[in-house]
Design a protein around this ligand. Structure first.
Ligand SMILES: Nc1ncnc2c1ncn2[C@@H]1O[C@H](COP(=O)(O)OP(=O)(O)OP(=O)(O)O)[C@@H](O)[C@H]1O
Ligand SMILES: [Mg+2]
Length: 417
């Protein structure tokens, strides 16, 4: 890092919107957290923005809260992009090496990846990421990083991740209304993985599972590379709704029951244990079985993990990831969730906490901060500093990590409403 700079991440979630402001100090490895804000989200369903004005207000509140803690305003941030309408396409790029001596330069790598983006996009889709999976240089295949090698023809196999244009536009409009410029958009599971997975876990084989309010997203890594990612349309909100329906209570009471008395393993709860509803809300009456509540929670979470298992089967990795599963998101805080996940997935499971920070660490030391923290770390890794006077324009190909390169995009133009 050449100088100190400020980086900010804004995670617009179905249940909560979180802002993390951090300072990257020259000579220090980890950014210092200096401001954190979290507010309940309005105007978003299953990760998809449904009301731009409401989500803009939510973003303003979350940003202002973090700014108050940091002691100064931010002008720009990295945002997450979630929602269940993410699509994937495999693509190829081919170029001739530019230098006369045939040595592969960063420019060649950028060009071949840019080539791989020249695909027929489905209607109303936009490219969010292009991930280089492997390169081929003349006859040599399966190259992870061709820079410095010599050849004539460079090819890349890439994974293109697309989101709906409406979602991209709506994030842009909300950010514009909130007065925060967008430095970049990062797919939620990729951001969350940055803050909780170690290099070793990614090398061995691991699945990061982010259980949010309206979605569950996952990212699978092996040999240091992203193998698969998906966003499923179920989350902790569905667990709460099931409890509300099952007990005939309001959603608010159901949420409180879940948080205070919930468990993902019904077998561990004494069948005689009761919950006095009047203690939660004076308008409610009667006693409900804690065991029954746990049964409802277990059933829905089991469904969520079964869907994750289906994704792992799809790529031939079910039960075959030595570093197991790492659970994050607010939903990962459910009591005994790791035991349930272990039973369904047949993998060792742990709950993940963001790592790689200094400063007021305790504010982000929570599985539900995985995405917001990951956005900040991503910004640091890609040198996407918060925009200040005289800052150099953002080079989307600077500082690539894990074979991942962000798409060229005219951020400023595209995000103007
Ligand atoms: N201690 C807890 N035990 C169980 N569930 C919890 C706990 N704390 C929060 N949750 C659940 O976590 C969910 C919210 O998680 P999170 O804040 O990560 O979601 P989000 O990022 O807003 O949503 P998404 O990622 O789906 O867009 C809610 O369903 C909430 O009930
Ligand atoms: Mg989330």
């Amino acid at each position: 890092m050449s100088k100190d700079f400020i980086i900010a991440g804004i995670d617009i979630g179905t249940s909560n919107t979180r802002t993390v402001i951090a300072q990257q100090i020259k000579g220090e490895e980890n950014p210092r957290v200096i401001g954190v804000g979290v507010v309940p989200s309005v105007g978003i369903r299953r990760g998809v923005i449904t009301n731009v004005d409401d989500i803009a207000k939510t973003v303003i509140e979350a940003v202002e809260s973090a700014e108050r803690m940091a002691g100064f305003p931010i002008k720009s941030a990295i945002f997450n992009i979630g929602g269940c309408d993410i699509e994937f396409a495999n693509s190829k790029g081919v170029i001739a090496i530019g230098r006369a001596d045939g040595e592969v330069s960063d420019d060649d790598i950028n060009r071949v990846i840019a080539e791989s983006q020249m695909i027929q996009l489905p209607m109303n889709k936009e490219i969010v990421h292009v991930i280089a999976k492997k390169y081929r240089l003349d006859d040599q295949d399966n190259i992870k990083d061709p820079s410095g090698m010599k050849g004539v023809r460079l090819e890349v196999d890439a994974l293109v991740i697309e989101s709906s244009s409406a979602q991209v536009k709506n994030i842009g409009k909300a950010a514009f209304q909130a007065g925060v410029e967008i430095n970049d958009l990062v797919l939620e599971p990729l951001a969350a993985a940055v803050s909780v997975l170690t290099k070793k876990q990614k090398e061995l084989g691991v699945v990061m599972i982010n259980i949010g309010g309206g979605t569950t997203s996952l990212a699978v890594y092996e040999e240091g590379e992203l193998l698969h990612t998906a966003i499923l349309p179920l989350g902790g909100g569905h667990v709460t709704n099931d409890i509300a329906i099952g007990l005939r209570t309001s959603v608010e009471v159901a949420e409180q029951i879940k948080l205070e008395y919930g468990s993902a393993m019904a077998g561990d709860i004494d069948k005689k244990d009761g919950i006095d509803l009047s203690l939660i809300d004076s308008r409610e009456e009667g006693v409900v079985s804690r065991h029954h509540v746990a049964e409802i929670i277990e059933a829905r979470l089991e469904e969520i993990f079964s869907l994750v298992q289906k994704e792992l089967k799809l790529i031939g990795k079910a039960g075959l990831l030595p570093a197991g599963g790492v659970l994050v998101g607010g939903g990962a805080k459910m009591t005994h969730i790791n035991e349930l996940a272990k039973d369904v997935l047949g993998l060792p499971i742990q709950v993940g906490f963001p790592v790689g920070f200094g400063g007021i660490l305790d504010k982000v030391d929570d599985p539900s901060f995985a995405t917001a923290s990951g956005l900040v770390l991503w910004a640091g890794q890609h040198q996407l500093e918060e925009k200040r006077e005289g800052m150099k324009p953002f080079n989307p190909f600077a500082g690539k990590t894990d074979g991942m390169v962000d798409v060229v995009k005219n951020v400023f133009k595209r995000f103007l409403p």
